[in-house]
Design a binder for this molecule. Sequence first.
Ligand SMILES: NC(=O)c1ccc[n+]([C@@H]2O[C@H](COP(=O)([O-])OP(=O)(O)OC[C@H]3O[C@@H](n4cnc5c(N)ncnc54)[C@H](OP(=O)(O)O)[C@@H]3O)[C@@H](O)[C@H]2O)c1
Length: 339
Amino acid sequence: MRVFQIEGDWGLNHLIIGSRPNPRPGPGQVLLRMRASSINYRDPIVPERGYGSQSGELPLIPVSDGVGDVVEIGADVTRVKVGDRACPAYFQTWISGEPNANRLTQSLGGPLDGTMAEFMCLSEEGVVKVPDYLSNLEASTLPCAALTAWSALVECGRMKPGEQLLIQGSGGVALFALQFARMLGVQVTVISSSEAKIDRLTAMGADFTINYRETPEWGKAARAITDGRGFDHILEVGGEKTLPQSLRCIRPGGTLSMIGILSGAMISTSLGLIITRQVRLQGITVGHRDGFEAMLRAMERNRIRPVIDKVFAFEALKESFTYIKSGAQFGKICIDHDQ
Ligand SMILES: NC(=O)c1ccc[n+]([C@@H]2O[C@H](COP(=O)([O-])OP(=O)(O)OC[C@H]3O[C@@H](n4cnc5c(N)ncnc54)[C@H](OP(=O)(O)O)[C@@H]3O)[C@@H](O)[C@H]2O)c1
């Protein structure tokens, strides 16, 4: 079968199209013919061995997210049947419950082989059937970005109608968070880098927006939106430059869901606010399979469709990596395996 793999040595220049023997499903396994993949911020970092030993071993098939047709099942498989479409779960062994070291390390696209292959053979426990209303490209965006937003707001955040949420940026996770927040009846403020993106965020239903390029000290302006009360929940993607601002506008007892460190990983700020405001600082790392299925039920019922920015052909994987690093996207970047 045709695959993209990092071969010989680490580095993007060792990411090439190669071939591997076609896999066959054993007992309890399913064979997916992959139809689409989607790109996350992490995917161009793995080929550079950016996650150290967690990146895996060579040769490695990159990219965590995708969708495929179930074309064969092994003995005793009950969760899917031939003809279904299924997404591989990002964490193959985190089915439900609390995270632990094993559950948080068995991720696709490093250290386990990812979706940029003609076929994937996986445990039936590690795949999730996708609803018919989603296209292949749309379904491919869900395993990491959508589930991260769901875990932050619903699974761990337990957000309720009428609460106030602040979202940072207009990336893949942020747009799913905006869509889920609207579904939950939550009031949403989004900060973004450009007026063009802000117009699109408003069209998607953001209640309030702030341009953080024009207002770098946005914490005060954001607090004013809540009449001084502060936000119940903040989806933190920036880290170093944004966390000090977030601490200025979180309400006492509010939750900061930390999902990214796009502006840097080191922090020098007054940590006292976390104590005196009794803030809950909650790290989020994607989520478990049962959460994925719960999210799909909610998405189907509310007909939530992922926002796709751009689609690349299978051979154009490296171009998609360059594009995601540019930060120009609004929503998800996909790979069509049939192109
Ligand atoms: N914890 C997890 O499980 C998990 C899962 C997925 C992703 N992540 C991480 O979360 C982050 C976002 O992922 P993504 O897939 O949504 O990325 P993405 O699609 O590449 O989006 C990134 C967006 O973040 C916004 N941004 C960048 N710097 C910012 C800043 N200083 N303040 C506010 N917004 C900023 C920009 O939007 P604007 O141009 O609109 O400002 C940018 O387009 C990445 O660091 C990624 O590694 C974590």
